[in-house]
Design a binder for this molecule. Structure first.
Ligand code: DQB
Ligand code: GRF
Length: 221
């Protein structure tokens, strides 16, 4: 990564996280550039966001392939052609094969709308409400062969409020996703992340020993 690091973003939908990465590359907060956006679905709003920002896009439909391996091979070939340093999943909804994960090991990350390892998988805002937890949030993690099981890079916590439904909670989490994903991508392209087993070390990170959130918020000082 002696040149400006190249980032690819994989989407399947509206791409609000893609937009936050576009905006934070444009501002200089992320010292990299998005060189490619791939969608497995045509006609999604995320593709319009990329086009508006002048970013090359590719639609690679999983239905055009005979197997998961063939679909992942095709995506991997395009990513390798573009020589990307980092692949970001942002609302990309197809599980990736071990072959793809191996090919991009250590440079493939995802954002998930819960505080992993709690609530992996789908419909996770409702799952958090049903479990009665007082906080949820989002997690940026390296992708491994499992689903939502890879080493954790960054998390943001949000309170769960008495009148929440899955939609209001998802919106509160999404606002923090739009800060946490750019943070994680910045740390990656700055070369500050190293994976040590299941733990990710962040070089030169600040730490605040007194930081805490308590919910409901009536605890003594
Ligand atoms: C996702 C987590 C779960 C799903 C999708 C994305 C899911 O269950 N979709 C329905 C089944 C779709 C299908 O048949 O493929 N989060 N790949 C690996 N590991 C991950 C995370 C996401 C996408 C692909 C991962 C992933 O953690 N290997 C994003
Ligand atoms: C986000 O909640 C993300 O955490 C999850 O899928 C959603 C994508 O939203 N993986 P968007 O397409 O970025 O708006």
């Amino acid at each position: 990564m002696t040149d400006t690091p190249k980032i690819a973003v994989l989407i399947s939908g509206s791409g609000s996280n893609l937009q936050s990465l576009i905006d934070n590359c444009a501002s200089g907060y992320i010292p990299g550039r998005i060189a490619l956006v791939i969608s497995n679905k045509p006609d999604v709003f995320g593709l319009e966001r990329a086009e508006k920002a002048g970013i090359p896009t590719r639609v690679i439909k999983h239905r055009d392939f005979d197997s998961r391996e063939a679909f992942d091979q095709a995506m991997g070939d395009v990513l390798e052609e573009t020589e990307v340093d980092l692949v970001c999943l942002a609302g990309f909804m197809r599980i990736l094969t071990a072959g793809f994960v191996d090919r991009f090991q250590g440079r493939l990350i995802n954002i998930h709308p819960a505080l992993l390892p709690s609530f992996p998988g789908l419909d996770v805002q409702q799952a958090a409400l049903d479990a009665g937890v007082r906080f949820s949030g989002c997690t940026v993690h390296f992708v491994d062969e499992g689903v939502d099981t890879g080493p954790i890079i960054a998390q943001a916590a949000v309170p769960i409020l008495p009148d929440d439904d899955a939609k209001t909670l998802a919106g509160r989490i999404l606002r923090q996703e739009h800060r946490t994903y750019p943070l994680a991508v910045r740390l990656f392209v700055q070369g500050r992340l190293s994976i040590e087993g299941r733990r990710v070390h962040v070089a030169e990170a600040q730490s605040d020993d007194s930081a805490a959130m308590i919910n409901p918020p009536e605890a003594p000082g």
